[in-house]
Design a protein around this ligand. Sequence first.
Ligand code: ATP
Ligand code: MG
Length: 402
Amino acid sequence: MRLLRLRLENFRNYVRLDEPLPSGAVLLIGNNAQGKTNLLEAIYYFATLTSFRARSERELLNFDALGHGYPVVGRLVAEFQREGERSPHQMEVRLILDTNGDGERLRREALVDGVRQKRLADALGMFNAVLFLPDMLTVVTGAPEGRRRYLDMVLSQAEPNYAARLAEYRQVLAQRNALLKRLGEQGGDESRLDFWDARVAQLGAALMVARGKALDELSKRARRAHWALTREQENLHLRYRPAYSPGDGEARLLNADEARLVARLAPETLAAELHRALVRRRREEIARGVTTLGPHRDDFRFLEGQRDLGMYGSRGQVRTAMLALKMAEMAWLQARTGFRPVLLLDEILAELDARRRDDLQAHLAQSEQVFLTTTDHALFRPTFLAHSQVWRLRDGVVFPET
Ligand code: ATP
Ligand code: MG
């Protein structure tokens, strides 16, 4: 798929931007702090409806637009064409900061082809993108939360109901935790948990099956990419480590067969099992005031042979694993959605050695559109530059080169 036009209003340091876009490579060149990553952030927003780096959506609203009264409206509009479709789509996201007397409230709206969506998540799955960031190595080496976040972002694009379910799961979980805490502090009728146990189990199982399946499919593709990247030297696997393992309930690394089993389980079967486990653990969870089982505590690991790369990988190994995962993500998204995702690369080539740079560039050639940022265009080959559209970025203003 391909972005045809991008419009931004009051997004980060872009007060106003309205540019048509070519296919192929768009190279965003600029000094530090000019808005290169901000632009990728805006494009990725159409794919995930969330920022990959803001802690709150308020951060996304242009500083200068704030403080002159309400409402403050930020707007992101994309026109894009998907393969095989007759006409392009338009997606618009509005970030509206308003006051309700004693405080501020930020509300978001999404319009697809001019039609306002009932829930924001209804606009997910229309536009697909894969994002490469230099600090993504922490997906391999960092805390489980980063891996869950990664998986959730990818799955939200590929599976229509995933994000809505996840949001509901989080709400239900918060309610259940509040009740556990109350019961722990004040006592009371424990059967009030019955309803919440069932909801956590039902939603949790659906998320687990989706994750198990995605990891299985991503693992296969990552392994192939990794095999090619390491010139058939090393063997990469992604392994699911759910907080609740079907069968024995233990939090442990599933082997490939077990993981495939989770992916193929009927969600109702898994839900019934998870439900029973929650009931068994009720006393302990009341004492602790928190839900200990379920996908909010899931993890997955990167293994090379038997070795966990998150713990033992060298920097180069971790980087190669991450690159393999990203290549897998591209192929997987295309297989799942039928459309080639737009690629967004933030300062990535500088991080790679010459051979991996070539491997990646060969992959980029398969995409329909790719955005790359750099502070230094000397990193790119003249032939690559000749085939790219170059945008110079200065302080939130774009200067396309002709
Ligand atoms: P680098 O090469 O250092 O990565 P970059 O071009 O990628 O730089 P960005 O991260 O895109 O830089 O943009 C950073 C700039 O945007 C900073 O100057 C920052 O102050 C500014 N900025 C961030 N959020 C806002 C906002 N809400 N309103 C206005 N400006 C913002
Ligand atoms: Mg940047």
